[in-house]
Every structure is written in structure tokens, then in C-alpha cells.
Design a protein around this ligand. Structure first.
Ligand code: ZN
Ligand code: ZN
Length: 249
């Protein structure tokens, strides 16, 4: 199959030793997005980029990663204009605030939440980095579905390590939406089986990790179990728990 810009990273991910090729791709995309957001290109000084970060803000997990990345001044500048906007919006909310109706005799629950409550909840839902990641991951899913037309790629998937449960769920959902009938049958008869097989493999590694704590096994080899805990966490929830912090080069 012809190698295209989008297919190269996906093929690389599937030939990597990662417990989940989509975790591998997500890490690449996230590091690229971090570099774009706070790295040497200083995109945060461009008004159009700042306008987006001022609207979307960042989630807790990405703020943590931005803090660890190490560009404190960049991080401060991004937060400064975001905070100005946030306070303006809060002022507007408070200007139009109406006290909720008093609860009835039997403490009947409020029918609808207050605009102020809705606003505060909305402010916690969007993230500049999450939306960048989602865009890239959707492209990778589409590329995956394109690639599985190729028998050689299907073989790689069949012999691969499967996926983490988080990306398995996403993949099932995306398959239902995007996969043509020609590939649907292969998908549903293959992918769950690959998951089954590889969950059992990780379970075996975890079992031996626990067995190694028995003094009778102290001198026995670790086999594939030394990193069984971090790989099991990844298999269950995604990500790479053993990764060092991603810091500015
Ligand atoms: Zn994953
Ligand atoms: Zn985020």
C-alpha cells in the first residue's frame, strides 16, 4: 500500500512494541501539541492562537503537563489573558444573576440549573490541548480504517498486542460510525479476539510479577514481568504511566 503522510505514523505505531498503538500515537500527538502550545515557536504570542486558548482554556491534566513542561513565563502569559476574560464573563453572569426560587415545603429539587452553574460547568469542559488531540486521534482512526483494506496491515494487527481498553472503546465506536461493510466483518471477528488474547498475556505477566515476591522465586528470572504493573495500568486505562515528565528541550 502506498505510504502517505498520515499512514506512516500509524504503520510505525503498529510495528512498535507498545501495548497500544493508539497510546503510542496519542503520546506523539500530545508532545507535538505541547511543543506547539508552549515550545520555542512561541505560538502563544500570536493573537489568533491566544484568542483560542482564551476561549477554550485547559483541563487539569494538561495544566499539570504544561507546568511540568517548564516554560513558566509562557504558561503565565497564557493564563493572564484567560483570567482577564474569565473575570469579565463572571461579571456578566453576576450582573444578570437572579436568585433561585425558594424551595417548596417538601424541598422539591430545582427544575433547571442556574445560568451561573451552567456557565461554571462549561468553563470546566473545554481544553485547547484536548481538542487538538481529539482532532489528531480522529485522523489516526480514519487512517487505521483505511489501512485495514490491506491484507498485510491486517496481519500486523492480528499478530499485534491489541489496544488499551480506552482506545478499544473508542475504536469500537468509530468502527460503527465509519467502517464500510467490507471491513466490518473482519473488524468484529478479529479485534475482540486480539483483545482477549492480549489481556490474557498481560494477566500472565502480572501473575508472574506477583509470584516473584514469593521468596522461593527470588532467584528465578523476571521473564516479561519487570514492567508488568505499568503495562497493566496502560492496558486497563491507556497512557504510559512509566514515562518521564515531558520537558522543554
Ligand atoms: Zn491506548
Ligand atoms: Zn486537556
Amino acid at each position: 500500500m502506498k505510504q502517505q503522510i498520515d499512514t506512516i505514523p500509524v504503520i510505525e505505531a503498529f510495528s512498535s512494541e507498545d501495548e497500544c498503538p493508539f497510546c503510542y500515537l496519542e503520546r506523539l500527538a500530545e508532545q507535538r501539541a505541547m511543543r506547539y502550545t508552549l515550545g520555542p515557536g512561541a505560538s502563544y504570542m500570536e493573537p489568533d492562537v491566544r484568542a483560542i486558548t482564551d476561549t477554550q482554556g485547559f483541563c487539569r491534566s494538561h495544566f499539570q503537563k504544561m507546568y511540568e513542561y517548564g516554560n513558566s513565563l509562557g504558561c503565565a502569559l497564557v493564563m493572564q489573558t484567560y483570567l482577564v476574560g474569565l473575570q469579565k464573563e463572571l461579571d456578566a453572569q453576576l450582573d444578570s444573576f437572579r436568585m433561585p426560587e425558594k424551595k417548596g415545603l417538601f424541598g422539591k429539587k430545582q427544575e433547571q440549573s442556574l445560568p451561573l452553574t451552567q456557565w461554571a460547568q462549561e468553563k470546566n469542559k473545554t481544553c485547547f490541548l484536548c481538542s487538538k488531540l481529539e482532532y489528531n486521534m480522529n485522523r489516526y482512526y480514519a487512517t487505521f480504517f483505511h489501512l485495514i483494506k490491506d491484507p498485510e496491515f491486517r496481519k500486523t494487527v492480528e499478530e499485534g498486542k491489541g489496544f488499551c481498553m480506552a482506545h478499544f472503546a473508542k475504536l469500537l465506536q468509530a468502527a460503527q460510525e465509519h467502517l464500510p461493510n467490507a471491513q466490518l466483518e473482519w473488524f468484529y471477528t478479529t479485534i475482540p479476539g486480539v483483545m482477549r488474547e492480549n489481556l490474557a498475556r498481560v494477566q500472565g505477566d502480572l501473575d508472574w510479577f506477583i509470584e516473584k515476591y514469593d521468596y522461593r522465586n527470588a532467584s528465578a528470572p523476571w521473564k516479561n514481568s519487570k514492567d508488568a504493573v505499568s503495562r497493566s495500568i496502560q492496558k486497563l486505562k491507556g497512557g504510559h504511566p512509566a514515562d518521564p515528565k515531558f520537558e522543554m528541550e
